[in-house]
Design a protein around this ligand. Structure first.
Ligand code: NAD
Length: 360
């Protein structure tokens, strides 16, 4: 069973899709068998680069010809929903998407419900939450190694709270083992707050957590830009990378950083993309009953979007406390143009040399 090789379809052969392809080729337990990429020249070049002959324009074309065991959808946000529903209709065993998963809550609900109804593992994307050191720090915190968690805060929830900011929410939930139940926020600048896009939007306020804690949220760097979680004796600080761990204080009374002693990742060159995909492959092989073990699930990405939507609306409504889950599923928050439409439609197309991997 464990030596079973899973066939993989890749939907979207752009910059990030090529990174997925590189890792699937590295993993002995997967075989990349088909690629859907709408740009005809890039499709050819990427197919040749990865030795894949089954090349298609779109997801529906790919599934009409082949149904891989699992599929990774690495498309600009606007196109993710249609590809997920096509993969569900085709009957794959597992689907992964990259971040952000969507813009309208109801659209993401539809994808999650379709996968659940069909018994398909639905994983999220390349997120810091999946980094082996973040997972190890979370396991130790949650096992009580440092004592009960008594505080948490988020730094630099700004710039793009649904795009890049989805990382903060995903890490906070993992480290604390708690859900966000209420958001109270203020936002700036006014133009960003009034638009339906998260570009340039900075959010300050607080998240109420299901474990009773109230987590301050700072829009600015403080000078940190990630998530802090602490106990009486220790601080775990995720600041985009392996979390630092502090225990006790030194002679001057300042927190003392300790060697966290993390086990290294099996494929360090691929960092958290590698651990994201490894976790997806392992869970897809074992089936939907094990979905809770995913390092990043589609539900994690839905919750990150939901918190961003709640924060923006709390700010818009005069720092009104907004309870989660949100009842109005028509609410939305779009990511910036590159994430929503991709490089070709936002003025930064990838060259064929880059796509071929020959420009280094
Ligand atoms: N997790 C991360 O750290 C991270 C980093 C960068 C990008 N991303 C996300 O990855 C996704 C893709 O980003 P990218 O940098 O690869 O963008 P990109 O523009 O380089 O690539 C997107 C590719 O999708 C193709 N495409 C568009 N519509 C298609 C369709 N309907 N069917 C098939 N192919 C289609 C485009 O031709 C292009 O080659 C985005 O959602 C982005 O937000 C995540």
């Amino acid at each position: 069973m464990t030596s079973e090789i899973l066939t993989v379809g890749l939907i979207g052969g752009g910059r990030m899709g090529q990174e997925y392809a590189r890792f699937y080729q590295e993993l002995p337990e997967t075989e990349l068998v088909a690629i859907a990429e709408i740009h005809p020249e890039r499709r050819k070049v990427v197919g040749a680069r990865f030795g894949v002959e089954a090349l298609f324009a779109e997801a529906t074309d790919l599934f009409a010809a082949v149904v891989p065991d699992i599929v990774s959808i690495v498309l600009p946000g606007k196109y993710i929903r249609a590809a997920v529903l096509a993969a569900v209709a085709a009957g794959v065993r597992g689907i992964s998407v990259d971040k952000p998963i969507g813009a309208v809550l109801a659209d993401v609900d539809e994808m999650v419900a379709a996968c659940a109804a069909a018994g398909i593992v639905f994983a999220g994307g390349n997120m810091q939450r999946a980094m082996t050191e973040v997972q190890q720090a979370a396991r130790r915190l949650r096992a009580g190694e440092f004592g009960p968690i008594i505080g948490a805060c988020v730094h630099r929830y700004g710039g793009e709270i649904s795009g890049g900011g989805c990382q903060h929410v995903a890490v906070l939930r993992l480290l604390t083992g708690a859900e966000i139940t209420e958001v109270v926020a203020a936002g700036a600048p006014e133009e960003a707050l009034r638009s339906n896009c998260d570009e340039g939007l900075n959010i300050s306020g607080q998240f109420r957590l299901s474990n009773g804690l109230v987590c301050p949220v700072f829009a600015a760097e403080t000078p940190y830009s990630g998530v802090d979680v602490w106990t009486a004796d220790a601080l775990v600080r995720w600041d985009w990378g392996p979390p630092q761990i502090f225990r006790g204080v030194d002679a001057s009374g300042a927190r003392r950083a300790i060697d966290a002693g993390y086990e290294p990742a099996e494929y360090p060159e691929f960092s958290y993309l590698g651990t994201t995909i490894q976790s997806f492959v392992q869970v897809a092989r074992r089936g939907v009953d094990c979905e809770g073990e995913l390092f990043v699930s589609a539900r994690d990405q839905l919750l990150s979007l939901e918190v961003a939507v709640a924060a923006k609306h709390s700010a818009l409504w005069g720092s009104l406390p907004v309870a989660l889950p949100l009842t109005d599923r028509s609410l939305c928050l779009y990511p910036r143009a590159y994430r929503w439409l991709g490089g070709d439609q936002s003025g930064v197309p990838q060259t064929l040399e880059e796509a071929a991997g020959t420009n280094t």
